[in-house]
Design a binder for this molecule. Structure first.
Ligand code: ZN
Length: 349
């Protein structure tokens, strides 16, 4: 039917992405690529320059972003609507997840039929299976902590909790060195807070540029807006368990910040400090996200094995984890070369 052309939008380094460029995220992954249909190259170039001009002058924000779970269908495609919001012109938009591939997208709601089926209809999908496993897990790992199946590589997750320090770019440099210039996009998951995004605009744009260049394939995990923490309070009562926490506002706040920065939130969530209890876990899961924990927090000397979900901090506050990860890459050099040791995309479950 339509030809499809992928363009990369060369965003200036210190601006938020605009309303126009965001609305072109339909069907896209968490990167500033535009999928356009049936357009001439000349027109595409014109459109890109308009988008860049608009993105410099016009900060965009999703209006009335809210949890709005439902099954939506269009043709043969079935998705889960996770969130609804409005464009400033009133157009109804949604953030949706493919329950099989676990990929999220931002879409116009028009043309999608909301099904009356309950979400339990999706129990046999990857999303349904993970949800079921999570409700039967013990809680200490804050959600799924390993990839499923055997003969798996590891999934790298990098937490970006609030910090005054810049992003620890050694991780990316190490990955590029280890996997070489001809590697396909390296899957990396970033557990990102609203606070970090607000304070590290340049680092965020740098990461997005790496994604646009096909160097990394990022998954953006919701790590809450403010990552609440009170000094002197025991961990088990800290973070989201502090009195006065508005859990849903923390989740939506981080998602708003992602959308404002041209990032599509993934379906994953990570508890700050990996601290939760059953009631909190259920409250978070009720928003449709999949909490993801770890079985290999490197700075705590937890050793990764096949299928591990590895946790390090990229916010400059835990250099030991980064150092341990770089050493891990070194030690796996021959495995990487032979293709027997690899990084996996969290979304492949
Ligand atoms: Zn954190």
């Amino acid at each position: 039917m339509f030809g499809s052309v992928r363009l990369t939008l060369p965003l200036p380094s210190d601006v938020a992405i605009s309303r126009l460029s965001l609305s072109c995220f339909v069907g896209g992954r968490a990167r500033t690529n535009l999928t356009m249909f049936n357009l001439t190259v000349a027109f595409q170039r014109l459109l890109v320059s308009i988008l860049v001009a608009v993105s410099v002058s016009d900060a965009w924000s999703p209006e009335n972003l809210r949890v709005d779970l439902g099954i939506v269908d269009s043709g043969n495609t079935r998705l889960i609507r996770l969130r609804s919001f409005q464009e400033p012109n009133g157009e109804a938009m949604m953030v949706a997840v493919d329950p099989v591939r676990l990929e999220t997208s931002v879409r116009v709601q028009a043309g999608w039929k909301v099904s009356k089926d309950s979400l339990s209809k999706l129990d046999s999908t990857a999303w349904g299976r993970l949800r079921r496993e999570e409700t039967s897990l013990e809680w200490k790992h804050g959600g799924v902590s390993r990839l499923s199946g055997t003969d798996r590589g590891i999934a790298l997750t990098i937490d970006l909790c609030p910090s005054h320090k810049p992003f620890d770019r050694r991780v990316i440099a190490g990955l590029r060195r280890a996997f070489g210039p001809n590697s396909s996009a390296i899957p990396v998951a970033f557990a990102v807070t609203g606070s970090w995004m607000r304070n590290h605009e340049k680092d965020l744009v740098w990461l997005r540029t790496l994604a646009d260049s096909g160097i990394i394939a990022p998954t953006w995990i919701n790590h809450t807006d403010n990552h609440r923490y009170k000094k002197g309070v025991a961990n088990a009562k800290n973070f989201l368990l502090l009195p006065g926490t508005d859990v849903v506002a923390e989740i939506l706040g981080a998602e708003t910040e992602m959308l404002e920065h041209g990032i599509v939130p993934s379906v994953y969530f990570r508890f700050p400090g990996l601290v939760e209890n059953k009631a909190l876990f259920d409250q978070v899961a009720a928003t449709g996200v999949l909490p993801v924990g770890t079985d290999a927090w490197l700075a705590k000397d937890q050793k990764p094995g096949p299928g591990s979900i590895v946790l390090i901090h990229g916010n400059g506050n835990e250099p030991k984890g980064v150092k341990d990860f770089l050493q891990l890459l070194q030690s796996k050099k021959s495995g990487i070369r032979q293709g027997t040791w690899r990084l996996e995309d969290l979304r492949r479950g």
